[in-house]
Design a protein around this ligand. Structure first.
Ligand code: HEC
Length: 157
């Protein structure tokens, strides 16, 4: 092995280690957003209808107040979206923001300190959804703290 080859092998090894490190963090990541029992006590700030889908959205009073001031939502914020199909609860999707949670993600997919989780109608997490799609689509809303319905939060009573 030439010196160049040894250097290359070392570099390749460190890249591999780095990658698996990220994977492991991602797996832990998905255990982090727990089902937010009691969310209904917060503010029901919007209903979104699209075709046969009805979405009911909830957030905390503190999140509404922050949005009214045009601020990023406070640490600890949970946004709940109940997803009804033909008027039957189909699933829940949840986003939650905790200091440092974004550190596990590479910058190109990171959504600040938000993380995402889908729960089935029985409130258990859906293991088939690892959150990558959520991050990718919500990234487009970086200017609104990654929340599509930020203006609806703002307008809430
Ligand atoms: C293809 C784009 C896309 C993907 C993928 C996506 N979302 Fe969203 N999400 C939206 C849009 C658009 C809204 C606004 C409500 C609407 O128009 O239906 C929204 C709204 C939300 C809200 C309410 C807060 C807000 O941003 O308005 C939560 C919570 C949420 N999504 C969680 C998730 C989770 C969890 C996942 C992954 C399982 C996910 N989303 C995947 C587009 C997406």
């Amino acid at each position: 092995m030439t010196v160049k080859n040894i250097l290359f092998a070392a570099l390749a090894a460190s890249v591999l280690v780095g990658t698996s490190g990220v994977r492991q963090l991602r797996a832990e990541e998905n255990e982090r957003v727990a089902f937010p029992h009691g969310y209904e006590a917060g503010v029901h700030y919007a209903t979104v209808n699209r075709g046969g889908i009805r979405e009911e959205l909830f957030a905390s009073r503190a999140a509404v107040e922050a949005a009214k001031q045009g601020l990023p939502l406070p640490e600890g914020t949970v946004v709940m979206l109940e997803d009804y199909r033909q008027d039957r609860l189909y699933r829940y999707v949840v986003m939650e923001k905790r200091a440092g949670w974004g550190n596990a993600y590479p910058e190109d997919i990171r959504n600040g300190d938000w993380d995402y989780r889908e729960f089935r109608a029985d409130k258990t997490p859906n293991p088939a959804e690892d959150g990558t799609r959520c991050l990718a689509c919500h990234k487009s809303q970086a200017g609104n703290d990654f929340v599509f319905t930020y203006d609806r939060l703002r307008a809430a009573r």
